[in-house]
Write a protein that binds this ligand. Structure first.
Ligand SMILES: C[S@@+](CC[C@H](N)C(=O)[O-])C[C@H]1O[C@@H](n2cnc3c(N)ncnc32)[C@H](O)[C@@H]1O
Length: 247
């Protein structure tokens, strides 16, 4: 029987090429002007640190970390994503695998991070415990995900972005997001909506301390490029970024 993780894996396998093109050509506004600046600032100085990128996709963030002097490993459940990452970035160690059982020794990494992948983890506690295992004591785990509050506020067709329908924040469970809408690559990919409380409590129960939490706003350069998205992000929290420490 197919599990939700198999569904996510085959979905990302099918769009890996298109996803890479999207990320690598600068059209990925949310990644380039919001997520990556926030995540890199959370991670701080990574020089000579052993860093694991979990759900690394085609390796764009891994490459940014390499440029900052880190020793980079990347793992992803999608074979096609890892194939692209390996073809484009030679200096990182990429592996196909799932977050629930990773092929690394306990205490191997100084830093682990996950950009927009935690929302796909159907078993959050198992994932967090495995991430804690591969980190040194005192190591850092930073992750970004779409803000759970934003996930339950929906556009009303024909109305401005700031007039929204508010869904049920407390109802956790599977939702889906359509990628590449209106193109031949259009695909619906599932993710799990969870409250902030669940993320925080699961992190603590899995052996982490909370060091920081951010709901970042985009960098100013976005204002010139895409004023509407920039203005929307001044009002609506798009992203959640957590910084945890392995206790
Ligand atoms: C939205 S993409 C983000 C890719 C990359 N982090 C980036 O920001 O460009 C989510 C990635 O998480 C991966 N993923 C989902 N579930 C996973 C799991 N259980 N273990 C490892 N990777 C997973 C997917 O295959 C996909 O490449």
């Amino acid at each position: 029987m197919e599990s939700p993780d198999d569904g996510v894996k085959s979905a990302y396998n099918s769009i890996a090429g298109k996803f890479f093109e999207f990320r690598a050509t600068g059209r990925a506004v949310y990644n380039n002007y919001l997520e990556m600046p926030a995540m890199l600032s959370m991670l701080g100085d990574v020089r000579k640190k052993k860093v694991l990128d979990i759900g690394c996709g085609p390796g764009i963030n891994a490459e940014a970390l390499l440029k900052r002097g880190a020793i980079v490993y990347g793992i992803d459940i999608s074979e096609s994503m890892i194939e692209i990452a390996k073809a484009n970035i030679k200096k990182a160690n990429f592996t196909v695998g799932s977050v629930y059982s990773m092929p690394y020794k306990s205490g191997f990494f100084d830093i682990a991070f996950a950009s927009y992948s935690v929302e796909h983890f159907t078993r959050l506690a198992s994932a967090f415990k495995e991430i804690r295992r591969v980190l040194k004591k005192g190591g850092i785990f930073a992750f970004s995900r779409s803000n759970p509050l934003n996930e339950v506020t929906h556009r009303i067709p024909g109305r401005p972005y700031y007039i929204r329908k508010f869904g049920n924040y407390f109802k956790e469970g599977m939702q889906s997001h359509v990628w590449f809408k209106g193109t031949t690559s259009e695909i619906s990919i599932s993710f799990v909506h969870r409250t902030l409380q669940t993320h925080i409590r699961t992190a603590i129960k899995s052996g982490f301390e909370i060091m920081d939490y951010a709901e970042p706003k985009p960098i100013p350069a976005l204002k010139k490029l895409d004023k509407r998205t920039y203005n929307k992000m001044q009002m609506i929290p798009e992203l959640s970024v957590f910084k945890l420490k392995a206790a």
